[in-house]
Design a protein around this ligand. Sequence first.
Ligand SMILES: NC(=O)c1ccc[n+]([C@@H]2O[C@H](COP(=O)([O-])OP(=O)(O)OC[C@H]3O[C@@H](n4cnc5c(N)ncnc54)[C@H](O)[C@@H]3O)[C@@H](O)[C@H]2O)c1
Length: 434
Amino acid sequence: MTRICIVGTGHVGLVYAVAFTLQGHTVVGTDVDAAAIASLRKGKPTFYEPGLSAALAKARRTKRLSFSTEIAAEASAAEVVFLAVGTPSREDGSIDTSYVESAARTVGEGMRAAKGYPVVAVKSTVIPGTTETVVRPALEAASGKAAGEGFGLCMNPEFLREGSAVEDALHPDRVVIGCLDKRSGDALARVYAKLRAKKLRTDLRTAEMVKYATNAFLATKVSFANELADLCDAFGGLDVDRVVEGMGLDARINPRFLKAGLGFGGSCFPKDVRALLAAGRASGYESALLRATLDVNDVQPRRAVALAEAAAGDLRGRRVAILGLSFKGGSDDIRESRAILLARALLEKGAVVVGYDPEASSAFHAVVPDVEIAPDAASALAQADVCIVHNDWPAWRRLKAKDFAGMRRKVVIDGRRILDRKAMQGVELRVLGG
Ligand SMILES: NC(=O)c1ccc[n+]([C@@H]2O[C@H](COP(=O)([O-])OP(=O)(O)OC[C@H]3O[C@@H](n4cnc5c(N)ncnc54)[C@H](O)[C@@H]3O)[C@@H](O)[C@H]2O)c1
């Protein structure tokens, strides 16, 4: 079993700290955020993720999981160090690698005193070449050792989905091991040895690109479904859900992520597509397809507002309820949530916006303070003129006409095409995408 140090205990790092512990390794999760580490030491996760609380409790009971802010010291004692810090978007769409670089420097300082051949694995999503040109020099400068001699280097892209992150980390469908040399790759392969997932070994840059290619493809699939919905709408008499159902039966296509609606948000898809586009541009390649993927996506919240206007008239002074504020059901993450764009567009129209989410209300309120937050769905809907169902919490699927009874005018926009249309008698239901 491997002695692991994870740097960054956010959505990826914490879930992996837990998953690796449950798989038998000895793990320390480290972060610069002292408040987060204090919370984790008490067994309290710093964000909502289904099953995470229980999994963290179980992992702590093994006594093989700890948390610390002493990153360099913990890294010096580890056999494999994972970098799982953020790589947020810059203004021009490119990624900010300063967190990865700074984490690599700290780990490098720790590795000065390390014995053997510790391996550093980059789990953060980074543009091809970053591990070689940013992480490696930072590690070498701080440790005084050469990669491939004093320490090993890997790139291990992460594919977990928020909302099912614990399951995904425990049972990934594939593990991509990008490695500088065989010795590094073997050390990382030992970490995943017990998993039945398919394992693919590549060089560092290919591993980096696999992650972007995956997210760009999935994002494009979503935008493709939205484009189809518009075409179906233009032709008239077509239900895009039936069309994509028929398409999805084709084994070459499969139905997942082929769903029309408000588009993709979250901490990964928009950021990763923008980053790939920006990196392509910096290398002299302008991707028309990725540009279109983003353009189609950006239009969707405005379409929902237009539907609301078409059904309810001028929105000035109207009360509009948004059900679901996180970027997807099963998560409290509001990063790049379409609800932010939606709420801002509605506020610009002069609407009074009230929102409710089972987990994300307060985080959302901090970002869009002009949105009133309701304590539950019924309160959000009370006296509302329009309701927009924004994300896909399972509770929304169970909504029936009587749940909208408290509305002043029962205009309901189904932004995710998840409401049971047969259960909506008496409701003015409009479904995004026709
Ligand atoms: N969230 C996802 O679903 C997901 C999925 C796959 C890949 N990724 C990628 O994984 C990376 C991490 O994403 P996340 O969602 O976990 O981010 P996050 O913002 O939830 O967590 C990042 C953590 O890193 C810590 N940190 C920042 N700088 C640090 C430093 N120098 N030393 C130690 N800790 C530091 C922060 O305090 C924070 O706790 C990103 O590159 C992201 O693109 C995310």
